[in-house]
Design a protein around this ligand. Structure first.
Ligand code: PLP
Length: 356
């Protein structure tokens, strides 16, 4: 048993390593997404490119926050195994931070998780424990924590509280700073998909705190209970979960807070896939499927503004790169097998974007 001063030394060193890593980092880019049919009407679209974090997704922010929160709560110590339930992106980012502070890491993931993601977790020295479905992850993660004497990080509970919502360099503060010289600097809408719900909680609270007019729209994929929960507040909802990696859940998660959301839009899977492909063509590089889901909601809101003759900006996130999904969502055969033919959805979207 180490004495208390050695324990404290370890803790201070771990926090310092995470802070130093942050100090070496730069902010993510905000990309304008000019679509003539909207910009001609004074409607500007933007994507905050969260794929450029060292671990490739917006979960880099969450993982940093969760580790600092756990360390400052004195929940971690030398040699303690960190365990997380994750559809993949969080596991990759947490594996990175666990290795940064020298702790063993186990990710509990659904067996459908793409092999690219599993390889990334292992690249950072993490171990993957695969379970049959995403609803089984939670219990399995809890059991592993007991067996190993480890710490279950539990992103779905703690995401909403681990990040400083007043600012301190959170994603919301960064968005408003980066928008400051645009023609409509305060977005009419900020569009998000919800996985943990943590990002919309941070942005939603920040908007109110800063007394901005922006509204939050959550794009929810097929199979997720979030939209029903938003409407009914029934805590007992359950489903088989979503087929868009990273967003939509089979149960209402503690970090998903409906009072922070102004509106939700259901997005069909074929539309998400079609939008992911179209957006990848516009940007000249591949985006992940949840970014496609966001893009559908952005287009719907842009059309509404256009019809009402309202000018303004709409902002969303490029959550991760399509390079993680080359053998799945970006493989046409795989996508056709999973979701059916997406060509008519693609045609409809293209027509929508070309209309005057
Ligand atoms: C986690 C995740 C989201 C949703 O973010 P939350 O803050 O967890 O709601 C969207 N897209 C991808 C790829 C993700 O991994």
């Amino acid at each position: 048993m180490p004495d208390s001063s050695t324990k404290k030394d370890w803790l201070h060193e771990a926090i310092l390593r995470i802070e130093a890593d942050f100090c070496r980092s730069v902010d993510t880019h905000l990309i304008p997404l000019p679509i003539p049919t909207y910009s001609a009407h004074g409607i500007d679209l933007y994507l905050k490119d969260e794929s450029t974090h060292p671990t490739g997704s917006l979960k880099h922010r969450l993982a940093r926050s969760l580790f600092l929160y756990a360390l400052c709560n004195n929940w971690l110590c030398k040699g303690k195994t960190v365990i997380e339930a994750s559809s993949g992106s969080t596991a990759i980012s947490e594996a990175y931070f666990a290795s940064l502070i020298g702790l063993p890491f186990i990710a509990v993931m659904p067996k459908t998780t793409s092999s690219e993601k599993i390889e990334r977790v292992e690249f950072y020295g993490g171990r993957c424990h695969l379970v049959d479905s995403s609803i089984e992850m939670y219990k399995s993660a809890q059991e592993l924590a007991i067996q190993t004497g480890g710490h279950y990080m539990d992103q779905f509970t703690y995401a909403e509280r681990a990040t400083d919502w007043r600012g301190n360099n959170n994603i919301a503060q960064s968005i408003y700073t980066q928008m400051s010289l645009e023609r409509s600097p305060i977005p009419k809408w900020i569009v998000m998909g919800a996985g943990t719900g943590g990002t919309c909680a941070t942005i939603g609270r920040y908007i109110r705190y800063q007394r901005h007019e922006s509204q939050i729209c959550v794009a929810d994929p097929e199979g997720s209970v979030f939209l029903d929960y938003f409407e009914t507040h029934n805590p007992n909802l359950s489903s088989n979960g979503s087929r868009i990696e990273g967003i939509g859940r089979p149960r209402p998660e503690a970090s998903f807070i409906p009072s922070l959301i102004d509106r939700m839009i259901r997005v069909n899977d074929v539309d998400s896939i079609a939008a992911m492909r179209i957006l990848s063509n516009i940007l000249g590089r591949k985006v992940g499927p949840s970014t496609g889901t966001n893009f559908i909601a952005m287009l719907k809101l842009a059309n509404e503004l256009k019809q009402k003759n309202i000018r303004g900006s709409i902002l969303s996130l490029l959550c991760d790169s399509g390079d993680r999904y080359l053998n799945t969502y970006h493989d046409e055969n795989w996508a056709n097998e999973q979701f059916g033919d997406c060509s008519s959805a693609t045609k409809t979207l293209n027509q929508l974007m070309q209309a005057n």
